[in-house]
Structure formats: C-alpha cells, structure tokens
Ligand binder design. Structure first.
Ligand code: 13P
Ligand code: SF4
Length: 356
C-alpha cells in the first residue's frame, strides 16, 4: 500500500494557503458588471461555460443563463464533448479542464485559474502510480477522474463517482481483479458494494474526509426526520450513518425523489445552490465537520473550487489566459479509458431509456 508522502502533504498545505488568499470577494454592483461582461465575451468567442456544482453559485447561475451546463464531472465531460462551441471554459478544478482538453483536442479549453487542483490528484503522482501498477500486472487499472492526464493515460478505465459502481460491477462480472486509485473511501465503498477484488491506492479528498459521523448523529437528534445524503468520498463511519450514498447528481436526484422535507448533506456546500433551486420547499443542512478531533480547514467547501470567480473567469475569456494544454500523445492515450467510460455511460442511458 502506498502512502501520501510528506512532500505531497506540503504541496496540499501550500495549495490551501494559496487558495485561502485567493477566495472571491462579492460586491453586487461589481458582480453585475462582470456578469454582463462575461456574457458578452462568451458570445464573442463562441464559448460555452461548464460549471461544477461545487463552484460559487454566481458561476453556476451564469452557466445556466448562457446555455452552458452546471453538473457533475461526468456530465461536464459529456456536455463539453458534444457542444459545438469552439472554446470550452471550465469552472472547476484542473483535472476537469484537462479532461475537456483530452476529449476535445481541437478546441480551446480555458479555466478561470490553473491553480485549482485537488488533493486526490496531488496524492497520486504518475511515477509512484505507474510503479504500483507495474507491480500488479494481473489487475485492470481503474482510476477516478480526479487524476492527472498522465495517470489517466496509464489506466484501463476512467470513472467518476456517478458511474464507479456500475463499471466495477461490470469488470467483476468478467472475473477481473482491479487496481483502484486514488480515493480510498470511494474505493472501499465500491469494493463493499460489488464484492470485487480491489487493490486500493490510499488517497483522500480533504473536504469529504472532514465530515464526522458523530456530528451527523447529533444533528439527527435535533431533526430526527432528516434524511442523510452522503458522497462516497466520505469516510466509512459517515457512509454507515447515511440513508443514501451517491455522486453529486445522484444526491440531487435522491433529494428530489424523496418525500422527506429535511436533509443532512455530506458533500461540498456549493451543491446547495442546485438543491435549493430545485426544491425550494425542502430544508438542507450541511453535515457537520466539527466535533471531537476535528481540524476543519475546508468546512465542506473545496478551497480549490472556491478559487473560480467572476473576475478570473472574465480575465481568462478576455485575454485567452489559463489555457489548458495536454501533450497530444499523452492525450491520445488518456482518451482511450475516458472514451470507454463515456461509451459505457451512453450504453447505460440507452438501456434505461429502452426499459422505460
Ligand atoms: P462528481 O464526480 O460527483 O462531480 O464529484 C467530483 C468531485 O470532485 C467530488 O469531490
Ligand atoms: Fe478534489 Fe475533494 Fe475538491 Fe472534489 S472536493 S475537487 S475531490 S479536493
């Protein structure tokens, strides 16, 4: 089993400090000017805006108002791939921009910032990961989308949290043994649910790792009717007290389909924009990150997602800065497992609509 090295811990700490000092400040009058400017720049550059659910609600709103998309990482990849715009602007974290570029090498991919990384990506450097895979050549390599282009290029499959269970189930049915990287909590969950033989890398998301089962149970004492919804990057103890476990989109769908009126949500609080928009009559509480032994640094708010703001988005569009480049040869190799995931997702959708 590999370890999150001291150098990577330092890298995460440095990124956190940088992210903290680059948090957006809101001034309604200035925001309005920037929003209008961005709308005009998107048209002028034949560009489409993709925003992840965890980004600032102002960016999510802008993506909606301009015909872009607000979604999870799988849908962002699919939408950007199929949209005719020549420039794709990705408000999210670096791996999302890289994924868009790999899938669309002929398009220009811009990001508000290139500093927005992810602790899972940082904790899975290609040299160590490649050695890990080489040591287990009998295993199919499945990596989470939250990884670098180089790690994707080393994989047989890329998955996101919304499709991980289905892909591993499919491989397990074929008698395949699996390497899973980088998120150990999601990997553990997938292993428990599918019964597959899974060898885990031990990365973690610094945001989801902070949720506390004890805090959730305390909150349930105040709201015993509340349904607990958790992202599978959360620790095992949190998943054990959850009523529903799923990706960001699956959490939103579960809340919509539930007859409950109150929910405790264990994922980044950016998702509250969509939850409240779609369900104005339901109440949502963020799962506690405090409690005994808690060291809340991000408090259910991904510091890297929070680096995406109106001003750096406008700058990027206006000056063409923060363009994402992926080495074409590497991109071609990474495209194979990514395309495999998109094809698999399309087949699943067709099966569901065929059965409907
Ligand atoms: P989704 O794949 O559900 O969008 O999640 C991405 C992510 O970074 C979760 O922390
Ligand atoms: Fe990465 Fe966690 Fe942030 Fe998602 S929430 S981008 S997994 S650090």
């Amino acid at each position: 089993m590999t370890e999150f090295s001291a150098a990577e811990h330092q890298l995460v700490r440095d990124h956190l400090l940088y992210a903290e000092s680059h948090k957006p400040h809101h001034d309604p009058a200035r925001d309005k000017v920037l929003r209008d400017k961005i709308k005009q720049l998107l048209k002028q550059h034949n560009a489409v805006l993709l925003a992840h659910y965890y980004t600032d609600p102002l960016l999510q709103q802008l993506a909606e108002e301009t015909g872009g998309c607000v979604s999870d990482s799988l849908e962002m990849a699919r939408f950007g791939h199929e949209h005719p715009a020549q420039t794709v602007v990705v408000a999210g974290v670096r791996f999302m921009g890289e994924t868009a570029k790999i899938l669309n090498p002929e398009k220009r991919v811009l990001m508000p910032t290139l500093e927005a990384t992810c602790s899972l990506d940082v904790g899975c450097p290609i040299d160590r990961f490649s050695a890990f895979c080489d040591a287990h050549p009998d295993r199919v390599v499945v990596v989470y989308a939250n990884t670098s282009a180089a790690v994707k290029a080393r994989a047989d499959w890329v998955v996101t949290s919304s499709i991980a269970l289905k892909v591993v189930e499919h491989l397990h049915d074929q008698g395949k043994k699996i390497i899973w990287a980088p998120d150990q909590h999601l990997g553990n969950y997938v292993q428990r649910e599918t019964g597959a033989d899974v060898l885990l890398w031990d990365g973690a998301c610094i945001v989801h790792e902070e949720f506390k089962a004890k805090g959730i149970l305390d909150l349930k004492q105040v709201y015993p009717d509340a349904v607990v919804l958790a992202h599978p990057e959360s620790p095992r103890a949190v998943l054990d007290v959850a009523d529903y476990i799923g990706s960001t989109t699956q959490i939103i769908n579960a809340a919509r389909e539930s007859s409950a009126k109150r929910f405790i949500v264990a994922t980044d609080q950016g998702i509250f924009y969509k939850l409240q928009q779609q369900m104005p009559n339901k109440e949502f509480f963020i799962a506690p990150t405090a409690g005994s032994g808690a060291t809340c640094r991000s408090c259910a708010n991904c510091p890297w997602m929070a680096m995406n703001a109106l001003d750096n988005l406008a700058d990027s569009l206006e000056h063409g800065t923060n363009e994402i480049f992926v080495d074409p040869e590497l991109g071609k190799r990474a495209m194979i497992p990514l395309q495999r995931m998109l094809d698999f997702a399309r087949q699943l959708r067709e099966k569901v609509s065929g059965n409907a």
